[in-house]
Write a protein that binds this ligand. Structure first.
Ligand code: SF4
Length: 385
């Protein structure tokens, strides 16, 4: 097997400092933390949820949230018949749901993906400036030039990218299906150009043996997990199972019992008889894990200490911008609406649909609502992938 030795042919441009100024971000890391709304009291939360429930009905809207947003937002999505999931599940749920307005609580590329798959629906976000370091670190013009320089490669991009980057790709993949799609392309003899997450790309390269050229991007949250501290914690807790998202560095993934997407990590808990898990992913995922398994203990994996770009809290600053107040304002005033050029959206839709078709043909199921009956009826026209 021959693997191209050049891993990173693109200079590092995702060097987000604490200010985030390196990329000219619309909302830098520092700005994101400053815009995280204050916590509400339990009584205020309950009142806000009641108002939002009424607004969702009034606007024929459904709430679609990511596992990384605040727990009360995840609760509200479930209580109102919406969805809590990873980025693929969110987009599929929104496309299949009969609501005319999708309220997407997550980061901008998730709202864009929802709009791409549901062009006739209104897509609102609690804060349209909430972005992602992977998206910021992969500007469309530089990425397009990178693709032009390697015309012999099949372009595979992670879902955490802008619509413009997706439009330049042959395939869009999520972390739950990226390895299978790359293995499929590799078996067909295709060489891969991968963007933007270098750790996920490296992990898939190791698993599949594919010839992959990697863009040099990283997630500011997952990049902070540290192998030496994790190894020390494992020695303290030898009974614990270690769950790692593949956006974490390779040395961290090497210590894992399970490497997988958010959905795959949540599902993995059932397979381990232990009552203690160390989790190297955004802290928000612990809420779902704890809700499903209140009898078990979930510990965040160690990060880089006080110097970490994400405040060493294993929390995404942009995910933290989502709030009940933001959801209410979006519904009440139409704030945070996602709009896309129709031609761009159409171009970006093709590589996403290629992934969905691939998944559907192989019968890969993506959990959405947690109810098999509800999932099956929602995906009548999209295939339960
Ligand atoms: S956790 Fe990382 S990959 Fe996810 S949205 Fe935040 S910066 Fe992007």
């Amino acid at each position: 097997m021959s693997i191209k030795s050049v891993q990173f042919d693109q200079p590092l441009i995702s060097s987000l400092g604490a200010s985030g100024a390196a990329t000219g971000a619309a909302c830098s890391i520092g700005e994101a933390w400053a815009r995280v709304p204050p916590d509400l009291s339990p009584a205020e939360q309950q009142q806000a949820k009641q108002r939002i429930h009424a607004l969702l009905e009034q606007h024929n809207a459904v709430l679609v949230t990511h596992y990384y947003v605040d727990g009360p937002l995840q609760d509200l999505a479930r209580e109102t018949g919406g969805c809590v999931g990873d980025s693929l599940e969110m987009a599929r749920f929104g496309a299949a749901h009969p609501a005319s307005t999708l309220l997407v609580a997550g980061v901008r590329f998730m709202g864009e993906t929802a709009k791409i798959l549901s062009p006739d629906k209104r897509v609102l976000m609690p804060d349209g400036d909430a972005t992602c370091s992977l998206d910021l670190g992969c500007p469309a013009d530089a990425f397009s030039a990178f693709c032009d320089a390697h015309p012999d490669r099949t372009v595979v991009v992670y879902a955490n990218t802008s619509a413009a980057v997706k439009a330049r790709a042959d395939w869009v993949v999520t972390s739950s299906i990226g390895e299978q799609i790359v293995a499929h392309l590799h078996a067909r003899g295709e060489k891969i150009l991968w963007a933007p997450d270098r750790h996920l790309g490296h992990y898939i390269q190791q698993q599949t043996g594919a010839d992959m050229l990697l863009w040099n991007g990283a997630c500011v949250v997952h990049d902070e997990f540290k192998a030496s501290e994790l190894a020390a914690l494992k020695r303290e807790l030898p009974q614990a199972a270690v769950l790692v998202h593949p956006e974490a560095p390779a040395a961290v993934a090497a210590l894992a019992d399970v490497v997988g997407s958010t959905t795959q990590l949540i599902a993995a808990i059932d397979r381990y008889p232990t009552d203690t898990f160390i989790v190297a992913s955004d802290r928000g995922i612990l809420y779902e894990m704890g809700a499903r398994h209140p009898d078990k203990r979930f510990l965040p994996a160690p990060t880089a200490g006080q110097g970490a770009a994400c405040k060493s809290c294993a929390m995404c600053p942009w995910m933290a911008m989502n709030s009940l107040a933001g959801i209410e304002q979006a519904l009440r005033h139409g704030h945070g609406e996602i709009t896309l050029d129709a031609a761009l959206a159409q171009a970006a839709r093709q590589p996403i649909e290629r992934m969905l078709q691939f998944a559907a043909e192989r019968g890969q199921r993506v959990r959405t609502s947690g109810s098999h009956e509800q999932d099956a009826s929602l995906f009548t026209h999209h295939g339960v992938a």
